[in-house]
Design a binder for this molecule. Sequence first.
Ligand code: HEC
Length: 122
Amino acid sequence: MRKNSRLMLAAGFIGLVLTTSSFAQENAKPAEPSGKDLAFNNKKGNCLACHLMPGVPGAISNTTIGPPLVGMKARFPDKAKLRAQVWDATKANPQTSMPPFGKHQILTEQEIDKIVDFIYGI
Ligand code: HEC
């Protein structure tokens, strides 16, 4: 009888440890980066290296390499064309300095979608 209840206690304790540790793991998961994060991150899109974007503090984007990314909806009524530009800028201009983010797998398809969604709103 006593042995049994000790066993139960042990099982309960292990259960508790397992639940708390998986809970901690859930919580430790880093937040999914947003399209803005991906566009600004210099290890991801690094769009700011060549493009001015509205709402960027400081002067990092004081660049004239690429056109400012503003009014995207007006300039690209067809969102698919905007995505195509980000996916492979060399298609529209083989001489461009803009990296072909999708073609060269610099960004994943999902990351490109997020960035396109973000810039389409600016
Ligand atoms: C190394 C420089 C460079 C980087 C980095 C870069 N671009 Fe570009 N981008 C350019 C240049 C230069 C152009 C001008 C068009 C051309 O060269 O064909 C351009 C054009 C564009 C255009 C077309 C704008 C228009 O109005 O025609 C879009 C949209 C664009 N870039 C989005 C992005 C996004 C989004 C990123 C980040 C994921 C990015 N670019 C990163 C250089 C860059």
